[in-house]
Design a protein. Structure first.
Lengths: 227, 100
C-alpha cells in the first residue's frame, strides 16, 4: 500500500505529461485555429497541474486564471473576429518545413542532452523554503541592570506558498512588480491603438480591399512624383 | 515523486513542439499560440528549478513571464487583426512588407 501511495505522483506526472505533450502536438497539427485554441487550453491546464505538483500552488492558480481564463478568451475572441471559414484553405505548412523539422530535431536533441537524467541532483534541500518567509520580530531582552529592551530580529516563518510569494513580490521585487504594471498599461494602450479602425473608413460597406487599393494608389503617385 | 530531469525533459518536449509550430505553421494565430506554448515550457523549467533549489525566485520570475506573455498576446493579436483588415489574410507569408 505504501509503495502504491508513493507511486501516485509519478502516475499523475506520466498521465498529465502525456496529455500535455499530445495536446501540444495537436495545437500544431490542427487546421482550424479554434481546435488549436482548445487543445492549447488543455495544455495550459495540464501545466497548471504540474505546477501544483512542484509546490507552486500560487503559480498554478495564476496559470489557470491568466492563461486559461484571460489569454485563451483573447485568442478565441480574435479567432471569432477573423472569419476563419472565409480564409483560403490552402496548405497549412510553410514551404520551409524541411528546414523547420531539422532545426526542431536539433534543438530537441540539444535540450535533452542538457537535461538528461543524472545531470541535476534530485533532492530539494529545503522543502519548506517555498512556503516560508522572513518576518521582522521583536523580543524582550532583560539586561543585567534589570531593565528590559526590545530587540529587533528576523526569523523564518512558515506560511503558505501564496503568502511567501506575496511577501517576496511586494518586498524584494517591488520595483519589477511596478514596472510590470507599467508594461501592462503600455501593452493595453498599444493594443487598442494598433487594433482600432482607421477613422473615416469604418463604414460597413467598405471592403478591406479598399485600403490595399488606396495604398497602391499612393505608391504610384509617389513614384510618379519622384520620377 | 518524478525527478527534476523528468520535468525538464517534458519542458524540452513542449518547447520543441512550440518551436516546430512557429517555424512550420503559416496561420499567424497558430504561430502566436505556439509562442505561448514555448513560454509555458520555460515556466515549467523555472518552477522546476525553484523546486529543486528550494528558492522562491523561480516562481516570481514565472509570474513575470506570465505577465509579459499576456501583454505579448494582446499586442500580437491586435497586429493580426490589423493585418487581416489590410490584407484579408493571416498567412505569415503575406506579411512581407513593413511599409503598410
Amino acid at each position: 500500500m505504501d509503495a502504491l501511495t508513493a507511486s501516485i505522483p509519478l502516475l499523475v506526472f506520466v498521465v498529465v505529461g502525456t496529455i500535455a505533450v499530445a495536446s501540444s502536438i495537436l495545437v500544431v497539427a490542427m487546421r482550424n485555429p479554434v481546435n488549436s485554441a482548445l487543445f492549447l487550453l488543455l495544455t495550459f491546464l495540464c501545466v497548471a497541474v504540474l505546477f501544483v505538483m512542484e509546490g507552486a500552488e500560487f503559480v498554478g492558480a495564476v496559470q489557470v486564471l491568466v492563461y486559461a481564463g484571460g489569454i485563451m478568451v483573447l485568442f478565441l475572441f480574435v479567432v471569432m473576429l477573423i472569419n476563419v471559414r472565409a480564409l483560403p484553405d490552402d496548405r497549412i505548412l510553410s514551404p520551409y518545413w524541411t528546414g523547420g523539422a531539422v532545426v526542431g530535431a536539433a534543438v530537441f536533441v540539444l535540450l535533452v542532452a542538457l537535461v538528461r537524467p543524472g545531470v541535476y541532483h534530485e533532492q530539494n534541500d529545503n522543502p519548506l523554503a517555498l512556503r516560508s518567509t522572513t518576518v521582522n520580530a521583536r523580543h524582550r531582552v532583560v539586561q543585567p541592570d534589570g531593565t528590559t529592551v526590545r530587540k529587533r530580529y528576523t526569523r523564518q516563518q512558515v506560511v503558505g506558498n501564496s503568502e511567501a510569494i506575496g511577501m517576496a513580490l511586494y518586498r524584494d521585487y517591488l520595483v519589477p512588480f511596478e514596472v510590470a504594471s507599467l508594461f501592462l498599461l503600455v501593452a493595453m494602450v498599444g493594443a487598442i491603438l494598433i487594433g482600432k479602425r482607421e477613422l473615416g473608413i469604418d463604414d460597413e460597406d467598405v471592403d478591406p480591399q479598399y485600403i490595399v487599393d488606396r495604398v497602391a494608389e499612393e505608391k504610384e503617385m509617389k513614384e510618379a512624383m519622384s520620377a | 515523486m518524478p525527478s527534476t530531469s523528468d520535468f525538464l525533459m517534458l519542458s524540452a518536449t513542449l518547447f520543441t513542439v512550440g518551436l516546430i509550430g512557429v517555424i512550420l505553421r503559416r496561420n499567424m494565430i497558430t504561430v502566436l499560440m505556439c509562442i505561448e506554448l514555448m513560454l509555458n515550457a520555460v515556466n515549467i523549467n523555472l518552477v522546476t528549478f525553484s523546486h529543486m533549489l528550494g528558492s522562491l525566485e523561480g516562481q516570481i520570475f514565472t509570474i513575470f513571464v506570465i505577465t509579459v506573455a499576456a501583454g505579448e498576446a494582446a499586442v500580437g493579436l491586435a497586429i493580426i487583426i490589423q493585418l487581416y483588415r489590410l490584407k484579408s489574410s493571416i498567412n505569415v507569408d503575406d506579411a512581407r512588407n513593413l511599409n503598410g
